[in-house]
Design a protein around this ligand. Structure first.
Ligand code: SF4
Ligand code: SF4
Ligand code: SF4
Ligand code: F3S
Length: 419
């Protein structure tokens, strides 16, 4: 086992391979607060990549209702239980120390065990192989909320108010995280899984794979999926032809993936960030993903304690209990929600850029506009300005221009009744 630095955990950890980083990393931010659970993303991925024989139960993109839903069923509860048992056996606790937060440890330091550190002698990572029955439904428990001491029609007499509702669920959008330290790659005895140096996308070489399913067992997010007809495993390929700009629609610049580009809830923003030789993100205050993840820290990794350094980030839902969210997204949750609830001018501008173009945005500018609202959020004064966010593609061409206040078009009188 080698020692590698994981900035999500703020410390070194053990991993199967020596530390090596791509020049750029495929990254996305999903804003849970905006997702309407329409599954358009799920359908787009299936229609593009998994519509063939043997792929019937394969959902590379899925959206599950938390806390009960999951694909495969209970994937996160099961791995959390295994990790908890490993901590108990070792007489340790899975604590974070947020007081040690700093530039290389934005969420503080994780003092517990990762799935790699908790692995048995024979394994690269703690894991389990879900039985077939657990893959049978992509969103079992869809829209099922938590039980609560509510009143008639499920409406609480005490009222439900932000930041936390008494009864709640939220949608969790999931694709492969194209992890910095992929457990799937570490697990494969055939070395069939690799991380591309040009964009950090993690792929399974179908010619090398012999169907051992150690990747399925040891990916904590359960994103490699076995295909009986070919006896190989497959997974999200990050729509790499679009990222490579080889899609005919791309006009020579990297495009966002299919599941990102179709999202009607406008919850997804996808791009490439530059990475240094030691794995840090190159400082880029005018890159929308750098602003969301590193500067404003409003988007957080999913289960960072697993230790794979996942590259899909989430803006946590404002209404769900904080303890549940801290378990899922780490100790940065309270700050992320506070910043999302009362966004800075810069953050509010970047939030306008979600789903405005299929091309990846590599840089943005903000044109300042007038003050339009003065109010209080959480007892503190907050102002809203009608600023304009402008996004540029990989060749520096303007591809998006959105103001905070949406323009209103009044229908001319002669067309007032036409649709
Ligand atoms: Fe591998 Fe799982 Fe990470 Fe995807 S999410 S790169 S399948 S460990
Ligand atoms: Fe599917 Fe592409 Fe989305 Fe991956 S990035 S889940 S391959 S649509
Ligand atoms: Fe949510 Fe967007 Fe997927 Fe619809 S398409 S379920 S809004 S992530
Ligand atoms: Fe390896 Fe997974 Fe195939 S463990 S051999 S990539 S099924």
């Amino acid at each position: 086992m080698a020692e590698v630095f994981n900035w999500h955990l703020g410390r070194k950890m053990t991993y199967a391979f020596d530390e090596a980083h791509p020049q750029r990393q495929f990254v996305a931010v999903f804003n849970i607060n905006r997702c309407i659970g329409c599954q358009t993303c799920t359908g787009a991925c299936k229609a593009t990549w998994t519509f063939s024989k043997g792929q019937e139960y394969m959902w590379w993109n899925n959206v599950e209702s938390k806390p009960y839903g999951g694909y495969p069923q209970h994937w996160d509860i099961k791995i959390l239980q295994l990790l908890e048992a490993a901590h108990q056996a070792a007489g340790r606790s899975a604590e974070w120390d947020p007081s040690k937060a700093g530039p290389t440890a934005p969420y503080g330091v994780y003092d517990g065990l990762t799935i790699s550190e908790a692995a048995g002698a024979e394994e690269q990572a703690l894991g389990y192989l879900p039985p077939d029955a657990e893959w049978r439904a992509p969103n079992f428990y869809e829209d099922t909320s938590t039980a609560y001491p509510g009143d008639r029609l499920g409406i609480s007499l005490e009222g439900a108010s932000l930041p936390e509702h008494q009864t709640w669920f939220f949608y969790l959008q999931r694709i492969c995280n194209h992890c910095t330290y992929p457990a799937c790659a570490a697990a494969c005895p055939r070395h069939a899984i690799y991380k591309r140096p040009e964009d950090g996308i993690v792929l399974i070489d179908q010619a090398r794979c012999r169907g051992y399913r150690k990747c399925v067992e040891q990916c904590p997010y359960k994103k490699p999926m076995y295909r009986g007809t070919t006896r190989t495993s497959e997974k999200c390929v990050a729509c790499y032809p679009r990222v490579e700009a080889s899609d005919p629609l791309s006009e020579g610049v990297p495009m966002e993936t299919r599941c990102m580009a179709v999202c009607p809830g406008k919850i997804r923003l996808n791009g490439l960030v530059d990475v240094t030789a030691d794995g840090a993100w190159v400082e880029a205050p005018d890159h929308p993903l750098y602003t969301l993840v590193r500067q404003e820290q409003v988007a957080l990794p999913l289960y960072p304690q697993f230790g794979t350094e996942p590259n899909i980030y989430y803006i946590p839902p404002r209404w769900a209990p904080r303890a549940y969210l801290r378990q899922m997204f780490g100790p940065g949750v309270d700050q992320a929600i506070a910043r999302y609830a009362a966004p800075s001018r810069r953050l509010l501008a970047v939030l306008q850029l979600f789903r405005t173009t299929q091309r990846m945005i590599f840089r943005y500018e903000v044109e300042e506009g007038p003050l339009v609202l003065e109010t209080e959020v959480g007892g503190l004064p907050w102002q809203m300005y009608d600023d304009t966010a402008i996004g540029f593609d990989a060749q520096g061409r303007e591809v998006a221009r959105l103001s905070v206040i949406e323009p209103i078009y009044e229908r001319p009188a002669e067309r007032v009744n036409s649709i």
